[in-house]
Ligand binder design. Structure first.
Ligand code: ATP
Ligand code: MG
Length: 266
């Protein structure tokens, strides 16, 4: 399964506008003082799809959702992780938007920020990150006290929490594993936003918890070598790829006369 997603902002469409994109990225990652100008009335940032998003973007996420559901149907687990090869390729944005898309099906969905190094879920949904996953695993707070209920209808989120010195250890701790297993009774789908596999191995540590990985590749940035390396790492870890989502596609390059079905399969 491979889905293409478009930019919803022309300024991010190619590398020439990288400066603009990197400014935005910096403002997101620099601190919890994220860019308030990106917040929509619903409380989520402009990175999250909403009723006002372009039709083609919403439809692309619906298509991604359908294909992920088909891939998941082969497994008992309804937990999956979103990852990519390198940083900044769009993992958090895709995780959040796929989670939103699933929640529209009236399913209970939990999005967990497992990127304990460069967390972003709290920015996307404009929720605080004073405590979160790392604090739950560290037994400092409870899940109940920490989960952000209904960031959107049917969608709960857990932010990363305090950035720990030992993210990898936390992600393979029994406390984390047991928490996710317990939560599978409460949620229909659990989506884990993870760090890039080409940089750190955190995502692969989740392999026994998840049905597989949804891989994000970014047009003009992710190389064939990156994809090969990523697939090899996942295979070596004895895990599965549920599908690939390609982001940063230039809608202006769409071939005329083929409608949006052109974007479905390649
Ligand atoms: N489909 C897309 N089209 C264009 N730009 C996008 C798309 N998805 C994400 N971006 C932009 O790319 C940047 C990085 O996105 P995001 O934080 O989701 O990436 P990431 O892979 O999670 O990064 P990190 O490795 O730091 O966790 C952001 O500025 C975001 O707005
Ligand atoms: Mg991220």
């Amino acid at each position: 399964m491979k889905i293409k997603l478009f930019n919803n902002d022309k300024s991010k469409q190619n590398k020439k506008s990288k400066q603009d994109a990197s400014n935005k990225t910096t403002s997101k990652h620099s601190s919890s003082e994220h860019d308030k100008s990106k917040q929509s009335k619903s409380g989520s940032s402009s990175m999250a799809i909403s009723d006002k998003s372009k039709f083609a973007i919403v439809e692309s996420y619906k298509l991604a959702r359908t294909n992920i559901m088909f891939s998941l149907s082969a497994y008992d687990k309804k937990v999956f992780a979103v990852t990519s090869h390198s940083k900044g390729e769009g993992k958090s944005t895709v995780s959040a938007n796929v989670a939103i898309s699933f929640s529209k099906l009236e399913k209970r969905v939990l999005l967990v920020d497992c990127d304990l190094r460069r967390p972003n879920v709290h920015n996307i949904f404009n929720v605080d990150n004073k405590t979160g996953l790392s604090n739950i695993i560290g037994n400092m707070v409870t899940f109940e006290d920490t989960v952000h209920r209904n960031v959107l209808p049917n969608l709960d989120a857990i932010s990363s929490g305090t950035i720990p010195p030992n993210p990898s250890e936390l992600l393979c701790s029994p406390r984390f594993v047991n928490m996710i297993k317990r939560l599978t009774d409460e949620y229909d789908y659990i989506i884990l936003d993870t760090p890039p596999i080409g940089v750190v191995s955190d995502a692969l540590l989740l392999k026994d918890l998840i049905a597989g990985f949804v891989i994000v590749i970014r047009e003009g940035s992710t190389t064939h070598g990156d994809i090969r390396e990523l697939l090899d790492s996942i295979k070596l870890a004895d895990s599965k790829v549920l599908g690939m989502v390609k982001v940063g596609c230039d809608v202006s390059k769409r071939k005329k006369g083929r409608g949006y079905y052109y974007y479905q399969y390649y």
